[in-house]
Write a protein that binds this ligand. Structure first.
Ligand SMILES: NC(=O)c1ccc[n+]([C@@H]2O[C@H](COP(=O)([O-])OP(=O)(O)OC[C@H]3O[C@@H](n4cnc5c(N)ncnc54)[C@H](O)[C@@H]3O)[C@@H](O)[C@H]2O)c1
Length: 283
C-alpha cells in the first residue's frame, strides 16, 4: 500500500484527524507541530480514538498498529521535503499561515501541491507568499475528519486545474467527496451555514419559537441530523460570533450580522458544549 507521503502541518483537532484518515488508507504521514510534546499528544489522541474503535469491534487491533506505524512526527518544517502533498492545519491566523507557506515553498519540491485547511481565510494571500501560487489550493476538511464525508476544495484565481485535480484525487483516495468553492470569505459551506444559524437565533431572540421547536422543525422536516441551535452549541458560540463578525465586515450584508443574543451569550461565557452551557444546558 505504498501511496506516497502526506505532510500535515499542525497537529490539533483537524491536523490529527487528517493524519489519521491519510494513514488509515496507507499514506505515510509526517505530522508536524511546533513542539515534540504537542505532536506526541496528537498521536496519543489518535491512538485513543483507534482503541475506542477496536473496543467497539469496528477495527482490528492489528489495523490500529498498522495505521499508527504510518504516522511519523516532526517539529521541523524542513521534513516536508519528503512530502508529495502538504496540508496546512495550524490555527486560523493569516500571518502565521503565510509564514508556514513561505517556508513550505522553500523546502518542498516543485511539483508538490500545498493545501490549506483554513475555514475562512484568503487562500490567495497564502499562495502569493510562494513562488508557486498555481500549486496552492484550499483543502477544507470538516470536523471530525474521520466521520465527515465531504471536503471543500477552494480555488483561487491562480490555482491551476492540475492542482485542483491532484487535490480532488487525494481527497477521493481518502474516501471523501469534494465540491469546489471560490476563494471568498466563508467559501461556500460557511457562507450557506452562517445565515441559517443566525436566523435560528433571531427567531429565538424574538420569541417567535422555542429553541426546542426551532431545532425539532429542522430535524424533523429537513432531516438534518441536528437543529441549528444544537449545532451552534457544538461549533462554539465564540467561534460563530467571530466568523459572523468577519463575514459581516467583508460583505456588509445584514444576513451576516450577529444577533444581540449571540453577543450576550459569548460575553457571559456561555459558549456551548465546551463550557457546559450555550443555548442548552449540558451540566
Ligand atoms: N476545528 C474545526 O472544527 C475546524 C473545521 C474546519 C476547519 N478548521 C480549520 O483548521 C485549522 C486548524 O484548526 P484546529 O481546530 O485543528 O486548530 P487547533 O488549535 O486544534 O490546532 C492547531 C495546531 O497548530 C499548531 N501550530 C500553530 N502554529 C504552528 C506552526 N507554525 N507550525 C506547526 N504547527 C503549528 C498548534 O500548536 C496546534 O496544535 C484552522 O485553520 C481552522 O480554521 C477547523
Amino acid at each position: 500500500m505504498d501511496k506516497g507521503t502526506v505532510g500535515v502541518v499542525g497537529s490539533g483537532t483537524m491536523g490529527r484527524g487528517i493524519a489519521q484518515v491519510a494513514a488509515g488508507v496507507g499514506y505515510d504521514v509526517i505530522l508536524n507541530d511546533i513542539s515534540e510534546d504537542l505532536v506526541c499528544r496528537a498521536v496519543e489522541h489518535v491512538d485513543r480514538d483507534l482503541a475506542r474503535l477496536v473496543g467497539k469491534g469496528k477495527m482490528e487491533d492489528a489495523a490500529r498498529g498498522e495505521l499508527l506505524s504510518h504516522i511519523g512526527t516532526s517539529t521541523d518544517l524542513g521534513d516536508m521535503a519528503e512530502a508529495d502533498i502538504v496540508v496546512e492545519a495550524i490555527f486560523e491566523d493569516l500571518e502565521a499561515k503565510k509564514q508556514v507557506f513561505a517556508r513550505l515553498d522553500e523546502v518542498c519540491s516543485e511539483e508538490v501541491v500545498l493545501g490549506s485547511n483554513s475555514s475562512s481565510l484568503s487562500i490567495l494571500d497564502m499562495a502569493m507568499v510562494t513562488k508557486r501560487p498555481e500549486s496552492v489550493v484550499g483543502i477544507h476538511f470538516f470536523n471530525p475528519v474521520p466521520l465527515m464525508k465531504g471536503v471543500e476544495l477552494v480555488c483561487t484565481i491562480t490555482t491551476s486545474f492540475k492542482t485542483l485535480e491532484t487535490a480532488r484525487r487525494f481527497c477521493a483516495s481518502l474516501g471523501k467527496e469534494t465540491w469546489v468553492a471560490k476563494d471568498a470569505p466563508g467559501f461556500l459551506s460557511t457562507r450557506l451555514l452562517i445565515p441559517y444559524l443566525l436566523d435560528a437565533m433571531r427567531l429565538l431572540e424574538s420569541a417567535f419559537a422555542t429553541k426546542e421547536d426551532i431545532d425539532a422543525c429542522c430535524v424533523l422536516s429537513f432531516n438534518y441530523p441536528m437543529g441549528p441551535l444544537t449545532l451552534s452549541d457544538l461549533i462554539g458560540l465564540d467561534v460563530l460570533l467571530n466568523i459572523a463578525d468577519s463575514m459581516y465586515a467583508s460583505f456588509k450584508d445584514p444576513k451576516f450580522a450577529a444577533p444581540i443574543l449571540l453577543e450576550k451569550k459569548v460575553k457571559a461565557g456561555q459558549l456551548g458544549r465546551k463550557t457546559g452551557k450555550g443555548f442548552y444546558d449540558y451540566s
